[in-house]
Design a protein around this ligand. Sequence first.
Ligand code: SAH
Length: 222
Amino acid sequence: MINDFLRLDPAAREKLVKDLRKKGIFDEKVLNAILQIPRELFIDQSLFDKAYDDMALPIDFKQTISQPYTVAFMTQLLELKNGDKVLEIGTGSGYQSMILSLCNVEVFTVERIPQLFNKSKALFEMLNFDIHIKLGDGSMGLPEFMPYDAILVTAGVPSIPNELVKQLKINGKLVAPVGDLKLQTMTKLIRIDEEKISISEHSKFRFVPLIGDKGWEIDDRE
Ligand code: SAH
């Protein structure tokens, strides 16, 4: 089924991948996944001419589909291996989940807005992507299926919730944008052993907030 969609503007995706290489993305798994997934699937038709611009685009409910560079950079930081179990928090459009899935990992993803959850679930089913998607507050992780090799938070957090660290395997990696509501630092945490973690900080990004128990307390649903 995905092959039918591959015909949607492959040349534009090749150009995007070339740009991403120039910007420092080198993980071939990630670049290959970006090459395969038409971004048109996730956005409104009125935005199709911007589908392969390297920028975030609006989706429903004041949320965004992340910039391709951001998706690629975060995925690359996770250093995924075939068969890894990966938890994504903030499914949104489902673009990042599908990129992960094409990196040959088992994907679990959580979304708090029911309409976005339903839309992404339907998209995964339609395209035959075997992605486990859950509705709820992902700020507490998804303990049901722990431990994970990697956790990716795709919304801004004030700090990394300890609950998430506990759901990582030893040597597991967590990537999250950490900061205030306006600007966040991409942060990578490695769980070294039961007690020890290591943290590295990367460049600045702008994400919509993670709203929930261990995130921000804003209600944007009205
Ligand atoms: N990964 C997405 C980008 C998501 S934008 C993509 O590729 O399109 C961030 C998403 O996180 C939004 O859809 C928002 O509703 C969701 N979100 C915010 N707080 C959340 C929480 N506590 N649990 C789960 N999802 C959350």
